[in-house]
Design a binder for this molecule. Structure first.
Ligand SMILES: *Cc1c(COP(=O)(O)O)cnc(C)c1O
Length: 474
C-alpha cells in the first residue's frame, strides 16, 4: 500500500506560486528575517473587500463591512482595509488603540471585545467608537464613564439564543433574544437613556449555516420593529462573521480524504495521520463515529455567494431578508475575518533535519513550532509546497511528517502524512499556503523564548519578487 495517500490540493494564487518557485528568494528571505516567515499579499485582501462591496451594491439597502482584525495580527492590513473603504472590528484594547493611533475615522471602528475593562471602555467612549454591549454590567460601566467624560456612548446590543428549527442556538455571548426587549424597556426607561445612542443590534453565530444567519436576521428585524415602535431608533443590524471560504481545488479530494481517514481509523488501510489520529472520527464496536473536527476546507458556497444565499432567506410570509432590510431602511453590517483573508497569506519555514523514527516514519524537522500554524480545529488540511534547493527529477517519492521546535511529543505541525516527490534537505523550504486567516499566528506563543515569526507584506503582484519588495510591519 504505497503511494496512496489522499491529496488535498489547495487553491493557490499566482503570487504564492511565484514565491514558491523562487528558492533563491526564499534563502535570502530567511537570511534577512529568520524562519518561519508569514508573507501577506495586500492586493488579494483588497480584492476580497471589493467582492463583498460588489455583492452588497446589488441590493437596495445600506451596508458596511468591517474587517474582524482578530483573524490576523499584522498591522499593515488595517490601512489596506481603510483604503478599500471598509472599517475595522476590534476585539481588544490594543486592537482598538492601534486604530485610534492611526487616527481612523471613529465610524470605521467598532469594539466587539468579549471582555471590556474600564480602560477599553474609556478609550472607545472618548473616541466616539461604537461599543457592542454584551451584558448589563457593561451597560452600567458605560453609563458611568460616559457621564464622567460628559460624552454620549454609541452602542449596539449584542443578542443570541435565536430559535432555529425548534432549537435554541445557545451562546455565552450577548443578551438572550427572548429577554432583551424587557431588559431594554427597563434599562432605558429613565434619564439614563440620555447617556446612550443605541444604534443597532449585533450577533455573531458559531458554525457556518446560511439558514441560521438568515433566520437570526429575521428574528432581529422583528425585535427591531417592536422596539422602534416603542421609541428606540435602531438603524443597523451587524451579523458578525463566519462567512465561509473555500480552500480546496477539488471536491472529490475532500470526499476521498474523509473516506481514507475513516478506513485508516478502522484499520482497513495504513495510517494517513500521525498516531492514526481520527481528527474527530473514532471507532466504537467496529464502526466509525463522530464528525471530522476540522474547518470544512471545501465549500461550494463561499464569500459573496454565501452572503447572497443568506440574504435570500425567507420568513414565514416568504419575504427575503434583503427585502425587509430595504423596506425598513435598516443598514446591514458584517464583520468577516477569515474570508477577507482568502488567498492573502503564506507561511514559510526552513528544513533543519530529517530522521526516521522507530516505526519507519520520515520526520522532517522545521524551524518553526506548532503555535505558528495552529488551527482552532483539529488540523490544517492543505498540502504544503516544497522549495527544493536541489531538485532531483530521478528521486523517489517519500511520505513524511513535519515536526516542530517545542519539546512536546505533539508538536507535529500537520497531523496528516504528506507525500513529497523527493526527501527534503536541510535548507529547503516548506511553504503552507492560505494561512492568513487564524492559522499563521492566532495562537502563536513564545514558549522556550522563541521569537514570534516576522510578518511581511508585498504591495503588488509580480512574477518575480526581489527582497526589497517585502515590507515589514509599519
Ligand atoms: C471572530 C469574530 C468575527 C469574525 O469571524 P470570521 O469567522 O473570521 O469571519 C466577527 N465578529 C465577531 C464578534 C467575532 O467574534
Amino acid at each position: 500500500m504505497k503511494n496512496n495517500l489522499p491529496q488535498l490540493e489547495p487553491l493557490t494564487s499566482d503570487w504564492m506560486l511565484n514565491i514558491i518557485q523562487d528558492t533563491q528568494l526564499q534563502k535570502e528571505l530567511f537570511e534577512a528575517y529568520q524562519s518561519p516567515l508569514n508573507i501577506h499579499n495586500l492586493p488579494a485582501f483588497e480584492e476580497n473587500c471589493k467582492e463583498y462591496q460588489k455583492v452588497l451594491s446589488t441590493y437596495g439597502f445600506k451596508s458596511k463591512v468591517f474587517f474582524a482584525r482578530k483573524a490576523n495580527k499584522f498591522k499593515n492590513l488595517i490601512n489596506a482595509a481603510i483604503s478599500s473603504g471598509i472599517g475595522v472590528d476590534t476585539a481588544s484594547f490594543r486592537e482598538l488603540e492601534q486604530g485610534v493611533n492611526l487616527q481612523l475615522n471613529p465610524d470605521n471602528l467598532i469594539s466587539t471585545a468579549a471582555i471590556k475593562n474600564r480602560k477599553l471602555l474609556k478609550l472607545a467612549i472618548s473616541n466616539r467608537v461604537l461599543i457592542v454591549v454584551d451584558n448589563e454590567d457593561e451597560l452600567d460601566q458605560i453609563f458611568e464613564i460616559s457621564q464622567d467624560l460628559n460624552t454620549k456612548a454609541k452602542i449596539a446590543i449584542r443578542i443570541s439564543g435565536f430559535e432555529y428549527k425548534g432549537n435554541k442556538l445557545m451562546s455565552r455571548f450577548g443578551f438572550d433574544v427572548d429577554a432583551v426587549e424587557e431588559m431594554m424597556l427597563h434599562y432605558f426607561k429613565d434619564s439614563k437613556r440620555q447617556q446612550f445612542n443605541v444604534e443597532g443590534f449585533h450577533f455573531h453565530l458559531d458554525g457556518y449555516s446560511t439558514g441560521q444567519r438568515g433566520e437570526a436576521l429575521h428574528q432581529t428585524l422583528d425585535l427591531l420593529e417592536k422596539l422602534n415602535i416603542q421609541g428606540f431608533n435602531f438603524s443597523f443590524i451587524d451579523i458578525g462573521g463566519g462567512i465561509l471560504m473555500n480552500y480546496l481545488k477539488h471536491e472529490t479530494q475532500w470526499i476521498e480524504f474523509q473516506k481514507h481517514l475513516k478506513d485508516a481509523v478502522l484499520g482497513n488501510r495504513n495510517a494517513i495521520t500521525y498516531n492514526n489520529d481520527g481528527l474527530g472520527f473514532t471507532i466504537r464496536n467496529g464502526t466509525v463515529e463522530g464528525k471530522l473536527a476540522t474547518y470544512p476546507y471545501y465549500n461550494k458556497q463561499s464569500k459573496g455567494s454565501f452572503l447572497k444565499k443568506l440574504l435570500g432567506t425567507e420568513n414565514k410570509s416568504h419575504k427575503p431578508v434583503y427585502q425587509r432590510l430595504e423596506d425598513l431602511d435598516v443598514e446591514l453590517r458584517l464583520e468577516p475575518g477569515r474570508s477577507l483573508l482568502n488567498q492573502v497569506g503564506i507561511t514559510a519555514a526552513r528544513v533543519v533535519h530529517r530522521k526516521i523514527d522507530a516505526r519507519g516514519n520520515h520526520l522532517i524537522g522545521l524551524e518553526m513550532n506548532m503555535s505558528q500554524l495552529k488551527s482552532s480545529s483539529a488540523d490544517f488540511l492543505l498540502d504544503p509546497f516544497v522549495g527544493f534547493q536541489n531538485p532531483r527529477p530521478d528521486a523517489q517519492p517519500v511520505e513524511v511528517y513535519f515536526t516542530g521546535a517545542y519539546c512536546l511529543e505533539r508538536d507535529v505541525l500537520l497531523k496528516r502524512k504528506i507525500e513529497l516527490p523527493q526527501l527534503p534537505e536541510p535548507g529547503d523550504t516548506i511553504i503552507f499556503v492560505n494561512t492568513a486567516g487564524y492559522m499563521m499566528h492566532f495562537f502563536e506563543t513564545e514558549a522556550h523564548l522563541f521569537e514570534r515569526a516576522i510578518n511581511l507584506a508585498v504591495a503588488e503582484n509580480k512574477t518575480r519578487y526581489q527582497i526589497a519588495d517585502f515590507e515589514e510591519e509599519s
